[in-house]
Design a protein around this ligand. Sequence first.
Ligand code: NAI
Length: 268
Amino acid sequence: MAQARRFPGMKGRVQGKKALITGAAQGIGAATARLLAMEGAQVLLTDIDADAVRAQADAINAETGATCAFAARLDVTSEADWLPAMTAANETMGGLSILVNNAGIVLPGSIEDFDLDRWRRGMTVNVDSVFLGCKYALPLLREKQPASIVNLSSIAGLIASGNFANYNASKAAVWLLSKSIALDCARKGWDIRCNSVHPTFINTPILNDLVGEGRDPDSVKVKLLSQIPVGRFGEPEEVAQAILYLASDESRFVTGSELKIDGGISAM
Ligand code: NAI
């Protein structure tokens, strides 16, 4: 299969790896897929939005000058979608050595703002997705060791806020689920690592979802910004760099850990 050509400054840090990224149609997922491809991986971009994720894969292929990016529709909440996604990984890339469980949503609100259906929606997209992804990917990852799973939690999985009951709970679940998977793989003697990343506010469309009904987006963003010690939102590429490290063999002794990309918020 064609490999992406090397780019100036790129070192092939994941050369030969085979990565599936969920929620890759935009934001952090799209930036991660692009960076992994630039560093030598084959990438299968998946998303619930089939057209948008196809366009992202096409853009990566055009930029790298190789057929290193593939696309597939995958609703991470649907168990029936996961097996075909694994088949797609086998057919397009010849297996899987990196899984990035990135797809996620923010449903703002305090505990009193949720009914059970909305609560379950947030938990399904953010937590069931990671459970399903890891469960279905592990058999393929075992065939391509050393392998790595990177799960998108959030700084909100470590620090709570009265208005993010569901997001706090779901991202905290991703944090400890990642550790459990890491320990299970280590105990079984598999060279499959599992870590979580914890960004604070990153400049992607999800920021608009943080605003909540009836609130002024600009004033909410000013308030969010005031919480970040370095005084700016992060960029998707800055999270992608952390994911690249955890996905690559450079982090081969790192498992069950959490990497914060938070402009200093959690230092306070
Ligand atoms: P985004 O909203 O820009 O992109 C999310 C992607 O996930 C979209 O392409 C969407 O179509 C896809 N998606 C949503 N539901 C899906 C489903 N059921 N199945 C498959 N795909 C689905 O979000 P962003 O900012 O790129 O976030 C990515 C991850 O990073 C999420 O897990 C989010 O919680 C986490 N995160 C984001 C932060 C931020 O400020 N942007 C901060 C901390 C964590």
